[in-house]
Every structure is written in structure tokens, then in C-alpha cells.
Write a protein that binds this ligand. Sequence first.
Ligand SMILES: [Fe+2]
Ligand SMILES: [Fe+2]
Length: 184
Amino acid sequence: MLSSRMNDALNGQVNAELYSSYLYLSMSAYFEARKFRGLASWMRVQAGEELVHAMKMYDYVVSTGGRARFPAVDAPPFEWSSPLNVFENVYNHERKVTGLINALMDMAMAEKDSNTQAFLKWYVDEQVEEEESSGGALNKIRAAGTDTKAIQSFDKDMGQRKFKFPRGFVMFPYNQETTIGSMK
Ligand SMILES: [Fe+2]
Ligand SMILES: [Fe+2]
């Protein structure tokens, strides 16, 4: 059973993950408008993953007898000064989210809530990957500089990314007719 403080904190993180999804979808739209199809696709996959992060946490709250509550999701930025600036923001955003996850883990440890600690471990590992992939992308686009060919090749490479549901995660658990989201 979640403490009401832990329940509130997890609800706050669901909101933060939904904001992340909103942020990356806005970045996807920015790249669509600039005809960077690969980067738009990468950001769209990223937005989908953040939605899954939110749903996975929502499922945890619900399945542990907590109550999900949904405050407003902030509006994401609409414009960035350059593609490089977008990736600077992605990297900084992911580092911020890592801080949020670590704070949740600290709370679960302080409350001796081992169930929530075990649950959050997945997010801790996920943030390592998120920082690595966004940091790597930032380095590549920084290296490309103003070289149009290099930016085009970066765009193409980034477009190769495929969406994958986390192992065992089922997006629509009550609908037996569809297997969308089940990657068991
Ligand atoms: Fe996330
Ligand atoms: Fe993320």
C-alpha cells in the first residue's frame, strides 16, 4: 500500500512523464515544419516512449491501491533557435528527469517502501539510457555544426530508430482482442 505522500509523488511523476511526451511531440512538430523527417520520427518515438513511462507508472499507482490524480500538463515550448538547441534542451530535460526519479527513490527509501523502490529501479536504468542516447545525439549534432550534408546524414540516421514497448508492458490490459503493446 502506498503512503499518501508516495501516491502524490508518483502522480506528480506521471504528470512529468506526460509533459515529457508533450515536449517531444512539440519537438517532432518543429522538425516536421523544417522538413527533417528523420528527426521528427525520432522525436515521435521519444514522445511515445514517454507516454509509456507515464502509463507504466499510472498502472503501478492503480495496482497498489493508490488513486491517480491528474493536474494540468504544462504547455511545451513551440520554437527552438536551431536543431542543436533542440538537442541541448532534450539532454537538459533528461538530466532534470533523472533528478526527479532519484528524488522519488530517496522518498521510497526513507519510507522503507521496498515495493516502490523495486518498481523505480526500472526508471533509474531507463534514465541512464535516456541520458546516454540524448547526450550522444547532442554530441553528433554539435559535431555536424553547420555542415548541411552532415546534418542531413544525422537526420537520416536518427530516422532509423524504432519504437519498442518495454518487456512485459501491456498498453491495453483489459482488451483481450488486441495485442497492441504486448511484447511478451
Ligand atoms: Fe520518461
Ligand atoms: Fe525521457
